[in-house]
Design a protein around this ligand. Structure first.
Ligand code: GDP
Length: 311
């Protein structure tokens, strides 16, 4: 069965790793957010793509979920001597990737080609695609003014209150031909439990993406459990935007594109609200504590997707 997963970084990569255990490499394509991508020290950095690819390659740092296992930090130590150069944590091995990727891009390759080359080097057979080869930049409106996503997330540790978001370039960014054919061929599209505002939001903002998804069987997994994010600012963002952080709020946000929603058993009381929106629900334990949990949840979501849903 051909499956497409839409994913951001850490939460997305966990479910993607479960799906990759459950499906054959020819069956899974992952479409990844590039709204977090930015230039730093002259290098092109793609945090969510790297988290997904490192995870699939078995290279990810298991504690942080991002960056490399067995990393060293010699370059960043030296960068501390230079004004403002060390706010974004870059390990030495990670830096090697950014150098190589920036070189390929400068030589005229597009991001889709660069990711394909890296996956080949790492022996990863799952197809991973950037949501677009055109640049999209997630911008965060905060109480302290508008800032680029990595500035909000890393430099200010997601502490400023958010007022809204915009995705610069999204109107002119097109899904690549690889993204279009993967979605067209997919039996099911799974929206991973990534941050709906800043990980899935940018993917859905790419020109024509929602229209492509509207014709498909699309199932989202909630990133919130009991109104809380497992990691990161998702719940805080809902509060600050005046919305209740809950699985039904997430389902409502995806209402245009999904026909199925997977939420945690402890949120069972929310099913009725979601069903009224015309969205089917499935209750299970959606916390992925380890590799076994990732595969279990992936299997359950795939089983659910084999049932027929009425949009
Ligand atoms: P980021 O770009 O690195 O922040 O990563 P994502 O947007 O992909 O992931 C962040 C989201 O993943 C947060 O909203 C978390 O609540 C969610 N998340 C992380 N781990 C889990 C998990 O085990 N289960 C579920 N359901 N959500 C998770």
């Amino acid at each position: 069965m051909k499956v497409v997963a839409l994913a951001g970084g850490v939460g997305g990569a966990k479910l993607v790793s479960g799906l990759a255990q459950s499906l054959g490499p020819q069956e899974l394509t992952v479409i990844v957010n590039t709204g977090d991508d930015f230039w730093h020290l002259g290098l092109r950095i793609c945090p969510d793509l790297d988290t997904v690819c490192y995870t699939l390659a078995g290279l990810a740092n298991k504690l942080t979920g991002w960056g490399r296992e067995g990393e060293t930090w010699r370059v960043i130590e030296e960068l501390k001597r230079f004004d403002g150069a060390d706010w974004f944590k870059l390990g030495d091995r990670d830096l090697a990737l950014h150098l190589y990727r920036t070189g390929l891009l400068a030589a005229g390759k597009n991001l889709t080609e660069v990711v394909a080359e890296l996956l080949q080097i790492w022996d990863v057979e799952t197809v991973v695609l950037p949501m677009s080869d055109d640049p999209v930049a997630t911008m965060v409106f905060t109480e302290n003014g508008e800032m680029a996503f990595q500035e909000y997330f890393v430099k200010y540790q997601w502490q400023p209150k958010v007022k809204g978001f915009r995705f610069l370039g999204a109107d002119n960014a097109l899904p690549t031909k690889e993204v279009i054919s993967a979605i067209e061929e997919a039996k099911v599209v799974i929206i991973a439990p990534s941050n709906p505002w800043v990980s899935i939001g940018p993917i859905l903002s790419v020109s024509g993406m929602k229209e492509l998804l509207k014709t498909k069987n699309v199932i989202a997994v909630s990133p919130l459990i009991g109104g809380r994010a497992v990691k990161g600012p998702a719940a805080k963002m809902y509060h600050e935007l005046g919305l209740e952080p809950s699985s039904s709020t997430v389902a409502r946000q995806y209402q245009d594109v999904i026909n199925g929603f997977v939420l945690d058993t402890i949120d069972a009381q929310e099913c009725e609200i979601i069903n009224v929106l015309g969205i089917g629900t499935f209750l299970t334990d959606i916390m992925m504590r380890d590799y076994l949990d990732r595969k279990r949840l992936a299997d359950e979501v795939l089983d659910m997707s084999r049932k027929t849903w009425v949009h």
